[in-house]
Design a protein around this ligand. Structure first.
Ligand SMILES: Nc1nc2c(ncn2[C@@H]2O[C@H](COP(=O)(O)OP(=O)(O)OP(=O)(O)O)[C@@H](O)[C@H]2O)c(=O)[nH]1
Length: 581
């Protein structure tokens, strides 16, 4: 009659369960989501698809007892079953439940079967009584039917009483019966299962609940039910039917597994249970699966794999041992904690107010110098020009230093930008300082700064050649340029398209600045411009990887190929995009 019964902690650990029929569409998932997690009104009764699901809570031991059965059934004993199982289980296993230092086996199958059969038997007797004509004659309904010619429906007769209240005495009586103090309880079909010392040799467990063995009396006074219960003649046929039913109704791929103590553990449903949590301390085990999913998710968003792993480890360290409120899913807690971690990483720790810094330099009567570095083709020259446009819009006088003396066409590219920018701004003043190709870039940068100082430029933007992070001679040349000129800001220009590569680039650029500078206090990357942001949809992981690797802010993001496609980064937007499913 039942489809499923489970006992789990509010922390989501299934202590014991029994599946009577394949569960379709996982109604328990819906129960957890709609009733428990979202804390909808009446959280002990729930109808989902073809199921009625009822649960009962033991607040003392933080347990949930859940039963599912077909909603077309009117099972009058469900409340009583839940109450009896709850009391019995809590009493029997209280010590185990409270001891969270290790896993315990909850050998509860036989007790459960006995309680269920007691109640089923009791219920069927009560129904039989109600169905006896003598009783009907006494009922008003019967009189109405006779007098008013009204027909009785089956449900009029069999419907369970609404909101039956189960007394403590009744529950105690049920338990007493199961423990052996009561009358024999008839088995429910698993007679050949060896499950206790009190079983008779032939597997019939009518004696099971009594410590004293009661022999069957083989007289001819068997009731119809007793006759049926002893008739195994159709067993082979039943097996055949069962295999057909299994074939048609059970998705073998979706079957769960059997636990060490032989309990069937469904697949999806259980994993969902593991995600709910009550007033308990979070353990590493609770987090494993959710964090593995989170790591996968971040990597899909293009976060470098190592960084995704570090972040998940740090979230785990933060959460393990924390006490958390009832029915919050581990997933939502992890998400919340990850959100804070992401915000922390992405929020600038140093000033991103370039205009204020420039104004400071103005007050010192010197040009503010910014050096753009990065690997080949990432958009250094283009985004240097966009930055220049922004500075010009702010009324500043800008000198661009053409220090890419390596790639042919680099200087001409800058000339075009300077011409464009001068045309665009009404009172803009931007000039290019260049000495062609093949010369020492560090020297050209130095000359340009001197020129800027002499000619009262507010800012010098130094364009450098693109170089791969493993090219030592070029990295040495870059370190020299930085050492000689000591720019106010070293901006790393990186593509938003990179994944794992981002970490390698940044680490090696910083390492080169340190190793090849010959300075006691070497410089490092001060900020980042993330280019081609318009091409990555929500795969914004590079922003995180770069900020994490350098500990420096993303000053701007490049969002296209025009001068206005330079935006300041909104931390909230990046975090949202990173966590978006
Ligand atoms: N979609 C898009 N394209 C960009 C963006 N920034 C730069 N680009 C394009 O990227 C290409 C390379 O840009 P450059 O500025 O020449 O790159 P670079 O880093 O100076 O190149 P090297 O000097 O060879 O290292 C050009 O076609 C740019 O138009 C951006 O934010 N979005």
């Amino acid at each position: 009659m039942l489809d499923f019964f489970t006992i789990l902690t509010k922390g989501g650990i299934v202590l014991w369960s029994k599946t009577f029929a394949p569960i379709i569409n996982s109604p328990i998932d819906a129960l957890i989501k709609e009733v428990l997690i979202e804390e909808r009104a009446d959280n002990s009764n729930f109808v989902k698809d073809s199921y009625n699901i009822k649960c009962s809570f033991s607040n003392e031991l933080d347990l949930i007892f859940v039963v599912a059965y077909q909603k077309i059934l009117q099972l009058a004993y469900i409340e009583e079953l839940l109450a009896t199982i709850k009391k019995f289980f809590c009493e029997k296993f209280a010590e185990f439940i409270r001891d969270t230092t290790r896993l315990h086996k909850y050998a509860f199958d036989d007790d459960f079967d006995s309680i269920l059969s007691t109640l089923e038997e009791k219920n069927s007797k009560e129904q039989n009584k109600r169905l006896k004509p003598r009783k009907f004659e006494e009922t008003k309904k019967f009189k109405d039917t006779v007098e008013g010619n009204k027909k009785l429906s089956v449900s009029d007769i069999t419907k369970p009483p609404i909101n039956p209240t189960i007394s403590e005495e009744e529950i105690a009586r049920n338990i007493e019966a199961v423990r052996g103090g009561g009358k024999p309880i008839r088995g429910r079909g698993n007679r050949n299962k060896k499950s206790g010392n009190n079983r008779s040799a032939n597997g019939d467990f009518s004696e099971y609940k009594s410590t004293k063995k009661i022999m069957r009396v083989w007289d001819n006074k068997l009731t119809k039910e007793e006759m049926e219960s002893l008739d195994y003649s159709s067993q082979n046929e039943t097996i055949g039917i069962a295999s057909t039913i299994r074939h048609n109704l059970v998705d073998e791929n979706n079957l769960g597994h059997r636990s060490q103590d032989g309990h069937y553990e469904g697949s999806r449903m259980f994993s969902f249970f593991k995600n709910i949590t009550g007033q308990k301390e979070i353990t590493e085990e609770d987090l494993t699966l959710v964090l593995a999913n989170m790591k996968e998710h971040l990597i899909k968003k293009n976060v470098a794999a190592d960084i995704a792993a570090h972040l998940c480890d740090s979230v785990s360290r933060t959460l393990v041992g924390q006490k958390i409120g009832s029915f919050k899913s581990i997933r939502s807690i992890v998400k919340q904690s990850m959100e804070s971690a992401l915000k922390r990483i992405l929020t600038p720790k140093t000033s991103v107010d370039l205009l204020r810094d420039i104004s400071q330099a103005q007050s010192e009567s010197r040009p503010y110098t910014i050096c753009f570095i990065g690997v080949n083709g990432v958009g250094k020259s283009t985004n240097l020009s966009k930055t220049c446009f922004w500075l010009l819009q702010n009324g500043l006088k800008v000198l661009i230093a053409g220090c890419d003396t390596f790639r042919s066409g680099a200087v001409e590219q800058l000339k075009v930008h300077v011409r464009n920018l001068n045309t665009l701004g009404q009172n803009s003043v931007v000039e290019l300082y260049e000495r062609g190709y093949g010369k020492d870039a560090a020297g050209i940068a130095k000359d340009s700064i001197n020129f800027a100082k002499a000619n009262r430029f507010d800012v010098v933007l130094i364009d450098t050649a693109g170089r791969m992070q493993d090219n030592e001679p070029l990295m040495r040349a870059l370190a020299k340029l930085v050492t000689v000129n000591n720019p106010d800001k070293i901006i790393f220009v990186g593509e938003a398209l990179v994944g794992n590569e981002a970490v390698d680039q940044l680490t090696k650029f910083n390492q080169a600045l340190k190793d090849f500078s010959g300075l006691q206090n070497p410089r490092h990357i001060d900020g980042i411009i993330l280019t081609k942001f318009d091409t990555i949809d929500d795969k914004v992981g590079a922003a995180l990887s770069m900020a994490y690797t350098t500990g420096q802010p993303i000053l701007f993001v490049g969002t296209g190929q025009t001068y206005t496609d330079l935006k300041t980064m909104r931390v909230g937007h990046i975090v949202q995009a990173l966590l978006k499913e």
